[in-house]
Write a protein that binds this ligand. Structure first.
Ligand code: PMT
Length: 222
């Protein structure tokens, strides 16, 4: 299929974890390093696209040519994505967004007490689901981080979220998922086709995802 060319197109990528505040010194997060999303952003610049990277807190340098929008919480990520969505041609949701946040976040440090303590959680917004509902001409690509039933869950996600493609990774497999420089992914497309890729660098996975995005965009414009 050759190297995708996205000159004049706008690609929005989310990356990294979110942080859900408990109090000024504590938060809930996950193991996302941002490597997968930043690799996609770096490769996307090479296609000639305008690249917007909406990132949770990570310690990776922003690739040159990328416009970085830094966020912390799932709610902030939701707002930032919504602001960019209308004018986007391709949206790739690599971020590991918290599904729950503390129901109350304190503006003072919570003092420890004798005995047990419990933390009440509430759901965050499902950004991918909202994007799927609002979709008009955008190509919408989600990720699925699973430990079991990968195929079944990824196919369900594709349908439920109205996505054009789901990139599924088994985060329990060696060399895949969080923190590594490599990944093992399967690309599930809405026509039912799927592409199982071997262990690859996250950069090479990024190129594959952009190639498929290019095919999807071409079919959409036909
Ligand atoms: O950052 P790295 O260390 O390189 O690790 C890469 C990765 C493992 C984080 C990445 O490859 C990956 O799998 N990202 C998605 C992680 C995830 O949250 O998966 P999920 O199955 O919980 O969510 C499915 C999809 O819905 C994702 O596209 C996610 O961005 C999106 N989502 C989830 C929750 C939520 N409230 N809003 C969302 O939009």
């Amino acid at each position: 299929s050759g190297h995708p060319q996205f000159t004049g197109k706008k690609i929005v990528i989310t990356a990294g974890p979110t942080r859900e505040k408990i109090d000024p010194v504590r938060y809930i997060t996950n193991h996302s390093s941002g490597k997968m999303g930043y690799a996609i952003a770096e490769e996307a610049v090479n296609t000639g696209a305008e690249v917007i990277l909406i990132s949770g807190p990570v310690s990776i340098d922003v690739p040159s040519g990328v416009t970085l929008i830094q966020v912390e919480s799932a709610e902030e990520m939701y707002q930032a994505v919504m602001d960019e969505y209308e004018s986007a041609d391709i949206v790739i949701k690599t971020a590991a967004v918290a599904d729950y946040r503390p129901k109350i976040s304190f503006d003072h440090k919570v003092k420890k007490q004798p005995g047990e303590q419990s933390l009440e959680l509430e759901r965050t917004k499902d950004i991918l689901l909202e994007l799927g509902k609002l979709k008009n001409r955008q190509i919408l690509i989600g990720f699925a981080a699973e430990t079991d039933h990968l195929v079944e869950y990824a196919q369900k996600k594709l349908e439920k979220k109205n996505a054009d493609m789901i990139v599924a990774n088994n985060v329990k497999a060696d060399g895949a998922g969080f923190g590594t420089d490599t990944n093992i992914v399967t690309l599930f497309k809405k026509d039912g086709a799927f592409i199982e890729l071997p262990l690859m660098s996250k950069k090479a996975v990024a190129v594959k995802i952009l190639e498929e995005a290019s095919n999807l965009l071409r079919n959409e414009n036909r």
